[in-house]
Design a protein around this ligand. Structure first.
Ligand code: AMP
Length: 275
């Protein structure tokens, strides 16, 4: 902990601006795109790798979450990351359970928060801790986790956290599947089935000019084309409030989707222009 603080302090003393990329490891091209963006907008890049127990619920995949530290470190060295912070759970939570945490508000109880109670409190708490440890000028997040982006932005605004937030668009496989560490859980059938999410978003985009009902109907239809997938939520939200848009809404909106393929929960989202 002191090590990373001192190292960042030394970078700052050398006149470097610092961009920070928090991750849970099992790095893929999506993460590495965040690292490249960080390098482009700051003098020095710090990446954290920490599978945060606080944001996993009972019965979720904390124990089997992929951990690939050696290859992650190799990839980050190739990308020119200046510092990697990969603490243990004991280092991050020396007292075990936290006595103090960051609590997401109403939006944190919706969508991902409804399916994963406490997830966003755990996420915001570790992000706040990491911000205090690293003290970056800029923190870089992926649009892939749109609700996370909304909530981190709000935490930064609500608590006057002194840094800027930079968002990177979702990086996809050539066939449209959003890259995710959890894609490793999918077998060949599951991998094909998982395309329902990006297909639903494409259908939503194509129907956007026809209004909300058409968007929802067309997007839901994409799930009918696949077996072995269970839709969790499909919702169109106002990106400024993250609340569901009203019937007849027009303008920019964000479609959120989550589904379960076998034991694997996948999420995706896309912006559309409602007509
Ligand atoms: P994770 O390791 O899943 O916690 O993700 C760490 C960061 O990488 C978060 O800001 C994610 O939104 C971002 N990220 C994950 N997958 C992608 C992707 N496919 N495209 C862009 N960013 C991503």
């Amino acid at each position: 902990m002191g090590g990373v603080r001192d190292a960042v302090a030394a970078l700052r003393a050398a006149g470097c601006t610092v961009a920070f990329v928090p991750t849970m490891g099992a790095l893929h091209e999506g993460h590495l795109t965040l690292v490249r963006r960080a390098r482009a907008i700051a003098d020095a890049v710090v990446v954290s790798i920490f599978v945060n127990p606080l944001q996993f619920g009972a019965g979720e995949d904390l124990d089997r979450y992929p951990r690939t530290l050696d290859s992650d470190l190799g990839a980050l060295a190739r990308e020119g990351a200046d510092l990697v912070f990969a603490p243990t759970a004991d280092e991050m939570y020396p007292y075990g359970a936290v006595e103090t945490n960051v609590t997401a508000g109403h939006v944190g109880t919706l969508y991902e928060g409804a399916s994963r109670p406490g997830h966003f409190d755990g996420m915001l708490t570790v992000v706040a801790k990491l911000f205090h440890i690293v003290r970056p000028d800029i923190a870089v997040f992926g649009q892939k986790d749109a609700q996370q982006v909304f909530l981190v932005r709000r935490m930064v605004a609500d608590l006057n956290v002194p840094l800027a937030i930079e968002i990177v668009p979702t990086v996809r496989e050539p066939d449209g599947l959003a890259m995710s560490s959890r894609n490793r859980y999918l077998d060949a059938d599951g991998r094909r089935t998982a395309l329902a999410l990006s297909e639903a978003l494409a259908a939503a985009g194509a129907a956007a000019g026809d209004g909300l009902d058409e968007v929802l109907a067309e997007a839901a239809g994409a799930f009918g084309d696949h077996d072995g997938i269970e839709l969790d939520y499909l919702v169109v939200v106002d990106p400024t409030t993250f609340l569901p848009v009203d019937d007849g809404a027009t303008g920019r909106a964000t479609v959120l989707v989550a589904a379960r393929v076998g034991g694997t929960r996948l999420i995706d989202n896309a912006d559309i222009e409602l007509g």
